[in-house]
Design a protein around this ligand. Structure first.
Ligand code: ADP
Ligand code: NI
Length: 211
């Protein structure tokens, strides 16, 4: 690993310290690993995929009030001597990663962005996805479940951003939709088992709830 990349890893790890919303360093680490694995099977610039996966949540709208200009990602890349053209290409990928609501098209434009988006989405489903959803909900003061509140298929990013529903609804509003919104075959294969596990989790949850 080059020295500046190694420093960048450390800087991102440091930046994520103390996160309890499911966007901690280990989420970033898993997304980088998944992105490299998926990227191996595709014709991508793997270096850009790696750096974009590493930077993808530093300015996430859920965590940061000034997410539009990607100040944290830009700052860390600059401080670690990445040139302006690399910075711009990384930001262009990062911009395309996030889910924006059930009714909002977020199909990426480049294969690099497709790979990073798939990696991020895989870490939102399966057992880890379940754990992250409740960690996020807890960090925002949301209830686990409220049977009277129905899921909403958000038709705009604005609507999705405003939503404050309970965490079980998040499965219907996002997590269960992800397996059909993946870009690469590698990710689709990995998703099958993870998706089944979430369904099993929900079945058991309702069984216990309705005893
Ligand atoms: P994205 O950028 O696609 O949202 P992230 O890496 O930022 O992906 O992580 C999204 C994760 O945050 C979700 O998988 C989920 O665990 C959590 N999350 C986001 N919104 C909610 C919500 N309303 N309720 C529960 N969890 C949520
Ligand atoms: Ni993420």
């Amino acid at each position: 690993m080059t020295e500046s990349k190694e420093k960048l890893y450390k800087a991102v790890e440091h930046h994520c310290e103390g996160d309890s919303t499911g966007h901690d360093w280990w989420h970033i680490y898993r997304v980088v690993k998944l992105a490299l694995r998926i990227g191996e099977q595709e014709n991508v610039n793997i270096e850009l995929v790696e750096i974009a996966a590493l930077m993808h949540d530093l300015d996430d709208w859920k965590l940061s009030s000034d997410s539009e200009n990607y100040p944290n990602a830009r700052k860390l890349l600059k401080e670690n001597n990445f040139d302006q053209s690399t910075i711009d290409r990384v930001i262009e990928i990062v911009e395309q990663v996030s889910f924006k609501g059930a009714g909002v098209d977020t199909t990426p434009r480049s294969i690099e962005a497709m790979v990073v988006q798939d990696a991020d989405r895989l870490d939102a489903i399966g057992a880890i996805g379940v754990a992250r959803a409740f960690a996020f909900g807890g960090s925002k003061g949301r209830p686990l479940y409220a049977p009277e509140v129905e899921p909403q298929m958000h038709q705009s990013f604005e609507e999705y951003k405003q939503s404050k529903g309970h965490t079980i609804n998040h499965f219907y509003e996002k997590l269960l939709l992800l397996k059909d919104r993946l870009n690469t075959n590698t990710a689709k294969e990995i998703a099958t088992e993870r998706h089944k596990f979430m369904q099993l989790f929900l079945d058991q949850f309702y069984k216990e709830w309705n005893i």
